[in-house]
Design a protein around this ligand. Structure first.
Ligand SMILES: [Zn+2]
Length: 286
């Protein structure tokens, strides 16, 4: 069933699990994430970044929405890292049930103004809104957004931000980065900061850049208010590493010979995340 984001995330926060938000931008990957979430009975957020929409074309959305409507698990279709009010309107028109407005690089008051404007428009048509306060890092040019160094979310600002904007969920910067971490970098989630934000803010919290942080830290963050975790790099690496291996056989040319083992490798990584997020079996709560 197709639902909006707030419905998915409130249940997750109350029951101490996180809904996996898998970023995908091709049909084989879409098939894979639906299958693994159905197999594990996990709720699902299909996250598509504007750059990914440009890649697959807007018509791809009809396919995503049709698949979401006929599945037994609850699914939200989420516009990841929208930059402007106009972009959010386009996402709503395309049928996304959840949109992110990321004005986190702007000054606080500007971030409030644009996030509130998006929330007011989206709520009028029952679409939920995620905003971001603080800025998570970015490790390489392939990463979707972020700055070279992390600006941690201030818990007092978070309270004001949520009150003034009316958004449904909040992405926080607590020590993660978009992209893959280089060998020299030791990522660390500040759990004490997360606990402060959790105590101060009642809406579901979102973790971006969760690929590559130690499993133990991710599991603890789920126990402290994180209700959605975005996973992009990890599943794409699994998919394409397997594809490089498969394509070593230069006689192969049919997608249905090449892609199935890649989908299987991606599903194995996704299954591990679902377990880590405590999301397995949670579709039954909806
Ligand atoms: Zn992100």
């Amino acid at each position: 069933m197709l639902v909006n984001g707030v419905k998915l995330l409130q249940v997750a926060r109350e029951n101490h699990f996180a809904v996996p938000a898998f970023n995908i931008s091709d049909h084989a990957m879409l098939k894979g994430i639906f299958e693994i979430c159905e197999d594990t009975e996990s709720p699902l957020i299909v996250a598509i970044h504007p750059d990914e929409v440009s890649h697959v074309g807007a018509d791809f959305l009809a396919s995503v929405l049709s698949r979401a409507r006929r599945t037994t698990i609850p699914v939200a279709v989420h516009w990841d890292h929208g930059a402007t009010y106009e972009e959010a309107l386009r996402a709503i028109q395309l049928g996304f049930t959840s949109v992110m407005i990321d004005a986190s690089l702007k000054p606080f008051d500007d971030n409030v103004e644009i996030s509130k404007r998006v929330a007011d428009a989206a709520h009028a048509v029952d679409v939920s809104v995620e905003a971001e306060l603080g800025t998570i890092g970015k490790t390489d040019a392939e990463a979707e957004a972020g700055t070279d160094s992390i600006i941690y979310t201030d818990p007092h600002d978070a309270v004001r931000f949520v009150e003034q904007t009316g958004v449904d969920s909040l992405a926080v910067a607590i020590g993660t980065c978009h992209g893959l971490y280089p060998d020299w970098m030791k990522p660390e989630i500040k759990l004490d900061l997360l606990e402060e934000i959790e105590a101060a803010v009642s809406i579901p919290l979102v973790l971006h850049g969760g690929s590559g942080n130690p499993d133990e830290e991710i599991a603890k963050s789920v126990a402290h208010g994180i209700a959605k975790i975005n996973i992009s790099s990890d599943i794409k690496v699994a998919y394409h590493d397997k594809m490089r291996e498969v394509l070593a056989d230069t006689k192969l040319r049919e997608p249905n010979s090449i892609q199935p083992p890649c989908i299987a490798a991606m599903k194995a990584t996704a299954a591990h995340k679902i377990e880590l997020f405590n999301a397995s079996g949670k579709a039954a709560l909806y």
